[in-house]
Design a protein around this ligand. Structure first.
Ligand code: NAP
Length: 264
């Protein structure tokens, strides 16, 4: 099997990366950064976000597994002291694959025929460089509300424990092919009104944001920030593609939520 190992870049993660590499080479696996079948990410959830974006055009042919060198992660859920066990699993046992939904974001501009398409494993956020974001929010082709406030966050189920959670969004199980729209400080008074609650949309429903003020937008796709102007619309929906994780042992999602946010 072809594999690669990515690292957060700190001393501990780099040392562990080298150990994993040397173990897997000893087992006769082929190191291949270009076309790996399994990507082992060493660091944290942030490291896995980077690995995902590096390989996002080859998702059908590969799966990911994450080792955390800091705190327990949602994507990086193997401990450093478990790597020997993990390596034996990778080398010797046929493993199970679990698939998580992704978010597709299509940005269209005025006076520009082609659109830009992005995939997010956590979320897309939309804010402005200055002042409030004012935008029409259409759901499934129907106008739903006019949003005025700091911004909006559209997250995947596996990203629901990240930025979305800090905004008061719900934690969604990654088996739900869905996306969640959460508000960032909406202005609500007698003039402006938004629903005020996070919305969970199923697959094939689109959420279209149409900016109404001519301002530079700040978009984030996971860890990446883009500044964009003349944006006509931002269309979000559950992507056709999925991200695949190698599963070698049961570690239920709700157990990860409990261990991450509540404690043992
Ligand atoms: P960062 O600011 O260096 O780290 C963000 C934190 O979010 C890290 O602790 C990271 O875990 C954690 N994280 C990432 N994905 C997660 C997930 N699916 N569930 C739970 N925690 C998760 O930024 P970064 O490492 O480049 O990551 C970008 C992400 O930061 C964005 O996708 C966004 O979700 C998140 N973010 C959160 C807030 C907030 O909560 N207020 C604000 C901005 C951005 P590790 O330490 O394991 O890497």
């Amino acid at each position: 099997m072809r594999y690669t190992v990515t690292s957060r870049g700190d001393e501990t993660s780099n040392a562990l990366q080298q150990r994993v590499k040397s173990y897997l080479n000893d087992f006769g696996l082929e190191y291949d950064e270009e076309n790996p079948e399994i990507v082992i990410s060493v660091g944290g959830d942030g490291t896995l976000l980077h690995a995902f974006h590096h390989y996002k055009d080859k998702l059908d042919d590969m799966c990911f597994v994450g080792v955390h060198t800091g705190h327990l992660g949602f994507y990086a859920d193997w401990k450093p002291e478990e790597v020997e066990k993990l390596v034996i699993h990778i080398a010797k046992t046929p493993f199970q694959i679990v698939e998580y939904p992704l978010l597709e974001v299509v940005v269209r501009h005025y006076n520009q025929p082609q659109s830009d398409r992005y995939l997010a494993i956590n979320e897309c956020t939309v804010q402005t460089m200055e002042g409030s974001l004012v935008c029409d929010v259409d759901i499934k082709g129907e106008n739903f509300e006019t949003f005025r406030g700091d911004g909006l966050c559209i997250s995947t189920p596996s990203g629901s424990t990240a930025y979305n959670k800090a905004l008061g969004g719900a934690i969604l199980h990654p088996s739900l092919a869905s996306m969640q729209v959460a508000e960032m400080a909406s202005i609500n008074n007698r003039v402006y009104r938004t629903v005020g609650s996070p919305l969970v949309l199923p697959q094939h429903h689109t959420c279209l944001l149409r900016p109404l003020n001519d301002v530079d937008l700040q978009l984030t796709i996971d860890h990446t920030t883009l500044v964009d102007n003349k944006v006509k619309s931002i269309q979000c929906r559950v992507a056709e593609e999925k991200v695949r994780f190698a599963r070698f042992r049961p570690f239920p999602f709700w157990k990860r939520v409990k261990e991450s946010f509540i404690g043992d």
